[in-house]
Design a binder for this molecule. Structure first.
Ligand code: CTP
Ligand code: CA
Length: 225
């Protein structure tokens, strides 16, 4: 039995959502990335728009169409995504970091195509900036929602990220489960919030899950105030 959210639940609010993978350049023809397809983030954007929010979607390179009515900012790297999120942050009411941000990038992005050498190659990597952490440090009244894809000890890691990144909620995703995680149309997640809040959503279509997540979070925030 799915809740049918009233259109207008997010009317007058600005919701900023990051989605998809980042690409970290090795040289002009190669990059490092991950398996994110953007489906969950795009579903979050569609849900925010449906609920009446002014919706901004900061998107890495994906193969799917953005939902109608949403403003899209295209980005490539973690650094681009950081700058785009900061530019939208100050007047945002809700910020959702669905994106699968690369944790590392090549230390140097070569300006010319790298050529094969005899034997193995080594690409030196350096850490990218943690965008959610950066937003958490600058948080004023924004509601900050992160996602976490894990393969083990899902709740323990999610709670650690909630605290460390000063987020209000983490949506914890066990990507080893059937019909959950990267590329699927469904997902199974546990929403984790401050003061030991936990709610699990089992095997929902990502579009319905996105609405359920907003509805649950908004209802809880209302009950807290
Ligand atoms: N995140 C981010 N910037 C990064 C890395 C992660 O904003 N450079 C955000 C993701 O968008 C997500 C949340 O942090 O909302 C959790 O991402 P995850 O990869 O699960 O956590 P990490 O802190 O990167 O830890 P690890 O990958 O080591 O588990
Ligand atoms: Ca990571």
């Amino acid at each position: 039995q799915f809740f049918e959210p009233k259109n207008g639940l997010l009317k007058g609010k600005k919701v900023v959502i990051s989605a998809g993978p980042t690409r970290e350049r090795i040289d002009p023809v190669r990059y490092l990335t991950n398996f994110s397809t953007g489906k969950m983030g795009y579903a979050m954007a569609a849900a925010a728009h449906k609920l009446g929010a002014e919706t901004v979607l900061v998107s890495g390179s994906v193969a799917i169409e953005p939902p109608a009515g949403v403003r899209v900012v295209h980005v490539e790297s973690a650094e681009d995504m950081l700058q785009a999120m900061l530019a939208e942050y100050d007047d945002a009411n809700i910020v959702v970091k669905t994106a699968a941000v690369a944790d590392y990038r090549p230390k140097t992005a070569h300006l010319q195509k790298m050529k094969k050498q005899p034997g193995d190659a080594i690409i030196e990597l350096e850490r990218t900036t943690d965008i959610l952490l950066t937003l958490g440090e600058r948080k004023k009244d924004q509601l900050l929602i992160g996602f976490a894809a894990e393969t083990n000890d899902v709740l323990k890691y999610a709670k650690g990220k909630l605290e460390k990144k000063n987020a209000n909620y983490i949506v914890a995703n066990d990507v080893t489960q059937d019909g959950a995680g990267f590329g699927t149309d469904t997902n199974t997640v546990t929403l984790v919030g401050l003061n030991d809040f936990e709610k699990t959503f089992v095997h929902l279509p990502k579009k319905e899950l996105a609405l359920e997540l907003f509805k649950t979070i908004l209802a809880r925030e209302e009950s807290l105030t």
